[in-house]
Design a protein around this ligand. Structure first.
Ligand code: NAD
Length: 461
């Protein structure tokens, strides 16, 4: 049974119970979609919207998965004052040891290592010297690591996507609320220089009424997907199992930030369709030796997925995914308002009334006026960091929130809403591209949440 249909059955039973016992706030939360109905959580667990971290001088971090991404983020963390890496886990001992050596080379104490198999992170999360557990494992391990961390009472953050099913999404929401611990998506693209400049322009009203955005993950990964190491060991598998928009969050996170999703708006429903498949099959034919085990694989995911999301406030979002065809990299990252338009790759804007008429202006020309203060403060330190500097800015900002006792820029509701198009796109396509409702993971709290998402565009750092 699909995630949603099972939930539908549970929901109708829960609905009757909830109607009888739920406070008005919760009843109001269940306005438009029976599938979203959830009985109030026993014990009155509260929303994690706007909940601050506790203050601390030193931030003690554990990393589960010390492959390419885990070590890259570790490198950013080691450059930040007051960070201590207390534990590392990887199923490959050599990778954990390489990461540990990075810590000692940086003059930090050697972290404890957990390399005794796929579930050794369950031992790691029980340590009492960890403030935050970060995972950079293959996708199928993200939810299990987050689940274990929350059950052990730890704040945690995952690489993208945080979950691969609707049930996993709900489970993370409920565990985060029960534990009163944050469960975050480590969405570095929300901290890109262009993205934060555009966010400031949005907040200052340059775009007028926001109407439409475009988000994507368009990246030729064919060579990486066919390697016999690193992501080649696991990232082809989803293409043999599911037809879906696998990697929605790099595009959708920044766009959700522009639109204030969960701050007065939310994703309402989506439709999805995929092209046929050719990229992996043709690459294999051209590059793989005939005796390769990869010849037994059948690729069931369409190459180019195009989904459309409509928000409750009536905004539309195009969401695309293609990692198996030749192309320059793009996350689209486009925004249309009633007074201006932004298109990325390369970053450029047109603001109505600009002298010279309907012509693009490079975003860089507006840097003096609209640069985000976080980038103004960190651009020198971020210069050589991962993904054009955004990885350092993300890591710095997380540590800052943990140290200063601030609420994180994004929360568990954002993490799951940005990840859930993976299973929802699959469900839509199974039903002939039918519209599929997004669950309201905030249970209505999005309507009253006003504190802006993301790093403040007016604060000074
Ligand atoms: N945000 C970004 O810009 C970005 C960039 C690259 C990758 N990623 C994401 O980061 C994650 C990791 O990707 P990667 O490129 O580092 O892949 P990788 O294969 O290089 O690393 C994954 C690591 O996890 C380890 N591992 C596997 N199962 C484990 C388990 N049960 N417990 C502990 N360790 C386990 C592997 O041994 C490996 O070292 C993926 O989710 C990927 O999508 C994000």
């Amino acid at each position: 049974m699909s995630d949603l249909s099972r939930r539908e059955l549970l929901a109708s039973a829960a609905a009757a119970a909830a109607a009888a016992m739920a406070p008005a706030r919760l009843l109001a939360a269940t306005d438009d979609w029976r599938v979203d109905l959830r009985a109030p959580v026993a014990g009155g667990n509260g929303s994690m919207l706007g909940v601050p971290f506790e203050k601390r001088d030193v931030v003690r971090i554990a990393i589960v998965g010390t492959g390419l991404r885990g070590r890259s983020v570790l490198n950013e963390l080691l450059a930040i004052e007051g960070v201590q890496i207390t534990a590392l886990a990887d199923v490959v001992k050599d990778k954990a040891e390489r990461a540990a050596a990075m810590c000692t080379r940086a003059g930090k104490p050697a972290p404890a290592l957990f390399t005794e198999g796929e579930r050794d992170f369950e031992r790691l999360v029980r340590r009492d010297d960890i403030d935050f557990v970060y995972t950079a494992t293959p996708w199928q391990w993200h939810t299990p690591v987050m689940r274990a961390a929350l059950k052990a009472g730890k704040h945690c953050g995952s690489e993208v996507p945080i979950a691969m099913s609707v049930d996993e999404c709900w489970e993370l929401v409920e565990l985060s609320e029960q534990a009163q611990r944050h469960c975050l998506l480590m969405e570095n693209c929300c901290y890109g220089q262009s993205e934060l400049t555009v966010l400031r322009m949005v907040r200052e009203g340059v775009f007028g009424t926001l109407l439409h955005a475009e988000a994507a993950y368009l990246h030729d990964l064919r060579a990486i997907l066919f390697e016999n190491k690193d992501e080649g060991l696991w990232r082809r598998a989803p293409h043999t199992q599911r037809n879906a928009n696998f990697y929605p969050t790099h595009g959708l996170g920044p766009v959700a930030q522009y639109l204030g999703v969960h701050r007065g708006d939310r994703f309402d429903y989506m439709v999805s369709m995929s092209s046929g498949e050719a990229g992996l099959t043709e690459w294999r034919a051209a590059k793989e030796p005939k005796d390769s085990a990869k010849w037994s694989e059948k690729y069931v995911a369409g190459d180019m997925n195009s989904s459309l999301i409509r928000t409750v406030q009536g905004r539309t979002i195009l969401l695309q995914h293609d990692v198996v065809n030749p192309r320059p990299y793009s996350r689209l990252n486009n925004l249309q308002g009633s007074k201006a338009i932004f298109n990325d790759y390369p970053p450029r804007v047109y603001i109505e009334g600009t002298p010279g008429g309907e012509r693009w202006t490079p975003l860089a020309d507006l840097k003096g006026k609209y640069e985000h203060p976080l980038w103004a403060a960190l651009s020198d330190r971020a210069k050589n960091a991962g993904h054009g500097g955004m990885d350092f800015v993300m890591a710095y900002r997380l540590v800052q929130c943990l140290k200063q006792g601030l609420a994180p820029d994004f929360d568990v509701y954002d993490a799951v809403a940005w990840s859930v198009p993976f299973p929802l796109s699959e469900q839509s396509m199974k039903k002939g591209s039918a519209p599929i409702k997004f669950p309201d993971f905030t249970r209505g709290a999005w309507k009253n949440a006003t504190a802006p998402q993301g790093p403040s565009t007016t604060a000074t750092w």
